[in-house]
Design a protein around this ligand. Structure first.
Ligand code: GUN
Length: 293
């Protein structure tokens, strides 16, 4: 059996088109243009690429994009002052501070400064608390994108055994909460998990988000399972060239899984699409208007 490939690129393209239609409706009916502010501190090349892509996608969806580039040695105080300014700005509905931040800045302090209603990353403790208690907050983009793909492919997830490999605040923990909200039986595995092969082997859904290239071996996968690979790792080949691989050994996993996301072209494109969706949701909630269908 060869797994069907879950095409995140196509899924994200469709979602972005849907968002662009919602933005158009908001402009016509409410004279509202959702606005997303992104703050980038420093010159990390990967972060620069992400921020550029976010900016491009925001504009392509018809929304306002505001970009703030800050020096590597900006003080925590100045960064927090900027966030507070954006909190008050009525044309800004979503605020994202690109992570990681330089070591001298307390990431948590910066994130907790963002007004929870504008926290389109869903990283504020209020939003993680709302997710954990079934409330209506902002949901982190990457896990939300994974759930959308899983539900689209499997329909009802209720009662399925799911494993999340990785326990980060950005992906692993919120992913587990979302799967629990879908009534899955959820295991969170991590670097200290004793028998990862066995845990993965009994799971109908595998979400790999550990950042270790091909840690999850193909022959661990239960036959017919659905595999979502969040990892994006650049590895060097024998010939000196580099290529992107996920956290799952794709070539072997594709022989056992029922469906699998590729790297690249799987989860990656969904993150920005969900960020745009969260910005539209934030704008509608802040202005008290119904989100267009
Ligand atoms: N760095 C890597 N991924 C993300 C993300 O989803 N949000 C933010 N703010 N920073 C990131």
């Amino acid at each position: 059996m060869t797994a069907s490939i879950i095409d995140g690129k196509m899924f994200a393209k469709n979602l972005k088109e849907e968002i662009a239609r919602k933005v158009e409706t908001l402009k016509i009916n409410h004279n509202l243009t959702p606005g997303l502010a992104v703050i980038l501190v420093g010159t990390d090349p990967a972060s620069q690429v992400y921020v550029r892509n976010k900016n491009k996608s925001t504009n392509a969806a018809g929304m306002n994009s505001f970009e703030y580039l800050m020096d590597d040695n900006v003080s925590e105080e100045d960064l927090i002052t900027k966030v507070k300014e954006l909190n008050k700005d009525p044309i800004v509905h979503g605020i994202l501070v690109q992570l990681p931040l330089p070591k001298h800045i307390n990431e948590a302090a910066v994130i907790e400064t963002i007004t929870p209603e504008k926290d389109v990353d869903g990283f504020h403790v209020i939003n993680s608390g709302l997710l954990a208690t079934g409330g209506k907050g902002m949901v982190p983009c990457t896990p939300q994108g994974c759930i959308m793909m899983l539900k689209n492919h499997l329909g009802n997830l209720s009662g399925l055994d799911a494993v999340v490999v990785g326990r980060s605040n950005i992906v692993g923990k919120p992913m587990a909460q979302l799967l629990l909200n879908e009534s899955c039986t959820v295991t969170i595995a991590h670097s200290r998990t004793k028998n990862l092969a066995e845990v993965v082997g009994r799971s109908d859904i595998v979400v790999a988000a550990v950042g270790v290239p091909e840690l999850v071996k193909g022959d661990w996968i239960k036959k017919g399972a659905t595999v979502i690979d969040v990892g994006i790792n650049r590895i060097e080949m024998e010939d000196g060239k580099t290529r992107l691989v996920g956290d799952v050994e794709f070539k072997a996993a594709v022989q056992r899984a029922g469906a699998i996301t590729p790297v690249p072209g799987g989860v990656g494109p969904m993150t920005i699409a969900v960020l745009l969706q969260n910005t539209v949701t934030a704008a509608c909630r802040l202005l008290g208007v119904n989100e267009p269908e």
